[in-house]
Design a protein around this ligand. Structure first.
Ligand code: PRP
Length: 211
């Protein structure tokens, strides 16, 4: 049985459709229920719905053999997993954003609010810019509006959240997409099975069937 951690939400549903097209279906997952685990013994797969930012933890610790996590989470937390495939879904960018009238006074330490502390630190370290990082866990856009920070470092998909809060992108600096990841030990034990899954899903992506 291959255990697969899917990110709960719209992206996870799209990822499940990909598995289904690849022949690893588990129809009960589409029934509206509060269940979190779904299994198709015949196909040898078991899916779990996991909070997106927790997928890498399940995979790194071996509670799941495979999972799907955003490149942002992988860069931020550096889980000890194999990254097998770019699923070309859940595309967005990591960006710096600020109020429209933001002016970067390089004489001052820049206050940066973010969920992605490591990514923000690395980005500004490369620029040689001194920053004060304020770690938040959601609704990051509030920080510059309430003068908690000068800028934010956050993921931007449609840009709607920034627009509706009168913020603008200062710089998009990192393209993000969902990646299939594998537990390292389990990959060694189940190489054939996992590679077959990856190959079938890769073919579907190549043919653009999922788009
Ligand atoms: C993410 C991100 C932005 C928003 C960007 O938040 O932190 O707030 O999506 O998407 P958009 O460009 O399409 O508007 P998420 O939905 O994960 O919620 P959070 O604020 O609780 O982190």
């Amino acid at each position: 049985m291959i255990n697969i951690a899917l990110p709960k939400g719209r992206l996870g549903e799209k990822v499940y459709d990909l598995f289904e097209k690849a022949g690893y279906d588990c129809p009960s997952i589409k029934e509206n229920s509060r269940k979190l685990i779904f299994e198709n013994a015949e196909k040898g797969v078991r899916f779990f719905w996991v909070k997106p930012s927790d997928v890498a933890i399940y995979v790194a610790r071996g509670a799941a053999d495979l999972g799907v996590a955003g490149k942002d989470i992988l860069l931020e937390y550096r889980p000890d997993v194999y990254e097998l495939l770019d699923l070309q879904m859940g595309k967005c960018s990591m960006a710096v954003a600020a109020k429209k009238d933001f002016y970067d006074d390089t004489e001052r330490t820049l206050k940066v609010a973010t969920k992605f502390v490591r990514i923000a630190k690395e980005y500004y370290a490369k620029k040689g810019r001194e920053i004060d990082v304020i770690e938040l866990h959601g609704s990051i856009e509030l920080a510059p509006i309430l003068n908690l920070s000068d800028v934010i470092v956050d993921s931007v998909e449609t840009g709607a959240t920034l627009r509706e809060n009168d913020l603008v992108v200062v710089e998009k600096f990192l393209p993000i997409s969902a990646r299939m990841i594998a537990n390292k030990a389990s990959f060694c034990f189940n190489t054939e099975k996992v590679e077959e899954i990856v190959k079938k899903i890769g073919e579907i992506l190549k043919n653009g069937e999922s788009l």
